[in-house]
Design a protein around this ligand. Structure first.
Ligand code: 7TS
Length: 403
């Protein structure tokens, strides 16, 4: 089997078992090269200059937009807005669509498992418009019984914002079911695809998502570049989120006419180099292939799941079926604080995250304060997981709690 780590210079230059991929993934050499190549050969302010260098910068930036369109199978490049990250994409929709369209009596539906980035913008929108924010609670395994979904969605549900894959439980949420029901009631749905885009092929047309957000840095691309997909007719009707340079057609003393999509939502100098880097990351994913990624991540998830369940005192949050975890395994260890788990693992050169994973209401709902989390990518190996599991086995002994 190909050793994917060879494509990732940081992983080749460290003995760290990097198991914090849900926070941010590593970047392959191809992405580093693409960003550097942009600055070496094409650096000029895109969308402005008429000289060849600026035209080249613009062309590469717009080619990256087309690459993203293909990655999520959007119909048009006008529907792809570059942002900084998932958080900014969701805020764009909450401020621009939310504050313009929501009113008292309307309901916004989210799940209790949302990342704070898909929760706080909707709390803000509800507060400012008088709309009501409703939470759909999950069962302990992370699932949503159909009858709860059916009950939660009413003609008042103007908007739903739903995570595709939970960053704590790893489960795929029933977004198709929710989208169909919200649409049947005349509402719109945003899908937070920050944790699905690294692990699954995502098709906005098949989902019939109205909006979809993801981050470049979680799909092996650079930090500082993110994507908002929106259906063209919705984006056309929305006011700009940020205003300033390059998002106008013309400006008078008393106002302005905004640029056409997608530039209406891309105020100021754009992050072309990182868009080009993201494009290289998506090429890289395509070159590996979803079949290989899905197969390898399932093998690794099973291996890690089995290692963890064999350790005394370990409890994995969410489903008891490893296939529902998509590389994300949050856990507690009896009588040990998750920060102590992460610190001991760090001493043994294993990188995991501990805390509430920016999903505090979910942890409260599940009755845990905090947890440690292993999150895998296809480039991880059984050796990484062995290092983790050996260290995990030693923790209770090191803390004087027995085997
Ligand atoms: N939505 C989900 C589901 C996420 O997991 C994250 C980041 C975000 C939104 C925000 O993404 P950003 O790129 O805008 O920061 N999740 C995590 C995590 O689980 N650990 O660190 C960041």
């Amino acid at each position: 089997m190909r050793n994917y780590k060879e494509d990732f210079p940081l992983l080749m230059n460290t003995d760290l078992a990097y198991l914090d991929n849900a926070a941010t993934a590593q970047r392959p050499q191809a992405v580093l090269d693409a960003v550097q190549d942009f600055y070496l050969k094409s650096n000029a302010n895109p969308l402005r200059g008429l000289y060849d260098l600026a035209v080249d910068a613009t062309d590469r930036y717009e080619a990256a937009r087309e690459r993203v369109r293909r990655f999520i199978n959007a119909e048009k490049t006008e529907e792809i807005i570059f942002t900084r990250n998932t958080t900014e994409s969701i805020n764009l929709v909450a401020y621009s669509w939310g504050l313009t369209n929501l009113k008292p009596g309307d309901e916004i539906l989210i799940t209790i498992a949302e990342h704070h980035s898909n929760m706080l913008p909707w709390q803000m929108a509800a507060r400012q418009t008088g709309a009501t924010l409703k939470y759909l609670d999950c069962d302990p395994d992370g699932s949503y019984p159909l009858e709860h979904i059916a009950e939660a969605i009413t003609p008042q549900t103007k908007f739903a914002a739903i995570g595709h894959v939970s960053n704590v439980l790893g489960c795929v949420n029933p977004v198709e079911e929710i989208i169909a029901r919200v649409h049947a009631n005349g509402g719109l749905v945003l899908v937070d695809a920050a944790q699905s885009t690294p692990h699954l092929p995502v098709d906005v047309q098949a989902l019939d998502a109205d909006f979809l957000a993801f981050s470049g840095h979680k799909v092996y691309g650079p930090m500082g570049i993110g994507v908002l997909y929106g259906k063209e007719h919705l984006l056309n009707e929305m006011p700009p989120f940020l205003s300033g340079g390059e998002m106008i057609s013309y400006v008078r003393r008393d106002g302005a006419v905004y640029a056409e999509l997608p530039h209406k939502f891309e105020a100021g100098t754009v992050n072309a180099a990182d868009a080009v880097g993201l494009s290289a990351a998506l090429d890289y994913i395509e070159e590996i292939g979803w079949d290989a990624i899905l197969k390898r991540e399932e093998e690794l998830t099973k291996y890690a799941f089995d290692c963890m369940t064999a350790v005394t005192g370990v409890h994995i949050l969410g489903s008891a079926d490893y296939r529902q975890h998509h590389g994300i395994l949050s856990f507690t260890l009896d009588q040990v604080h998750p920060h102590d788990i992460a610190a001991i693992l760090a001493d043994d050169h294993v990188a995991v995250r501990a805390g509430h994973h920016c999903a505090q209401p979910l942890l409260t709902h599940l009755g845990v304060r905090s947890s440690a989390r292993v999150s895998l990518a296809f480039y991880n190996t059984e050796e990484d997981i062995d290092r983790f599991s050996d260290s995990l086995k030693s923790i209770r002994r090191k803390m004087g709690l027995g085997e």
